[in-house]
Write a protein that binds this ligand. Structure first.
Ligand SMILES: [Mg+2]
Length: 333
């Protein structure tokens, strides 16, 4: 029997429902399971509709955090980006004021129901508020066709873009867009985000030369070590981001960002502002634009305060057993 026998995991498991500031993916609470282990706590939070095969990679990540530990960091803190939702230009300064000291902003664009002029005004307002040295990236969440993206990025390039995140939906479109941008002399690197969910995805993105940068999340890839291997295999610069995690999950993202041999871009780990509650007393939030590495320990009182009802705990216990049965080959039992 291994140290992380599944019934042992279930026995120590805590399930919490953390309140969200605004509705996200149709819910106002984020339900996650947490496991204690000799190396700390692991977070298991696949979204509720995820099937066991997909969830098994998230479980591998939680087991790594609690029972295996992470590789040695090569940096002690990680720069993070501010996020500007698809707000009116007049609201930009107010949003950025919440991210004191942050020198990189991610700006949402291609919002359904809005026009390109809204995006141009918003990005202009961000450049105005942050100054010429700040880095600005845009995130279209796959909302543009290749033609629309070429037009939009051709205009947005005037504000100086670090990169455009998932400008189009598919890997093939991203590849075609990169060719088109180069042909038109539009100097905006392309980052793949939604195109990367499983370990085989980054390799395909790299093979098709569909992106200049990859956005990676620890849990969907199966843990920090696995993510490091995947990034190394692609040979592309990576940005680490979170998946609506508590401080425990953010800590795993930090472990990856801190262990990457090369980190050229601020990471998307400043997401705890989306929550109205956490499991630790001192949330892993940025100070002066970066998050420092430190251990996080859930507070027993907060685990009780946000505890899910018993029937949800039972549901998660079954979910853990189903995911465990399908654990990926790279987890040594
Ligand atoms: Mg994105």
């Amino acid at each position: 029997m291994s140290v992380f026998d599944v019934e042992q995991l279930v026995l120590g498991m805590r399930v919490v429902q953390l309140p969200l500031r605004t509705r996200f993916r149709g819910v106002t609470e984020r339900e996650i399971a947490l496991f204690p282990g000799p190396f700390g706590w692991g977070e298991f939070g696949p979204f509720l509709e995820y099937a066991p095969a997909e969830s098994s990679r998230w479980l591998a990540s939680a087991i790594e955090a609690a029972h295996v530990g992470w590789p040695e960091p090569v940096r002690g803190s990680v720069q993070v980006n501010a996020t500007v939702p698809a707000v009116a230009a007049g609201e930009v300064a107010g949003v950025l004021a919440r991210y004191d000291g942050t020198r990189t902003a991610k700006v949402k664009v291609a919002e359904p129901g809005q026009r390109l002029s809204d995006d141009l005004d918003r990005v202009a307002a961000v450049r105005e508020a942050m100054g010429p040295d700040a880095r600005i990236r845009v995130d279209a969440n796959g909302g543009w066709s290749v033609e629309q993206a070429t037009d939009a990025l051709g205009r947005l390039a005037a504000y100086g873009l670090e990169y455009a995140e998932q400008p189009c939906a598919t890997v093939e479109e991203l590849r075609d867009l990169r060719i088109t941008l180069a042909r038109n002399g539009i100097d905006v690197p392309v980052a793949a985000d939604e195109s990367i969910r499983k370990a085989e995805d980054p390799l395909r993105v790299a093979r098709l030369e569909a992106a200049d940068v990859i956005v990676v999340k620890v849990a969907p890839l199966g843990g920090v070590r696995r993510a490091l291997d995947v990034v190394a295999e692609t040979g592309l610069p990576a940005v680490v981001s979170s998946a609506l995690d508590s401080s425990v999950g953010i800590r795993a993202g930090l472990a990856l960002a801190a262990a990457l041999p090369r980190l050229d871009h601020a990471c998307g780990l400043a997401t705890l502002g989306l929550f109205d509650g956490d499991v630790v007393t001192e949330s892993l939030v940025p100070q002066g634009g970066s998050i420092s590495l430190r251990s996080v320990e859930p507070d027993p009182e907060l685990l009780d305060r946000w505890a899910a009802p018993d029937h949800r705990r039972a549901w998660w216990a079954d979910r853990v057993r189903a995911a465990y049965a399908l654990l990926p080959h790279f987890v040594h039992r």
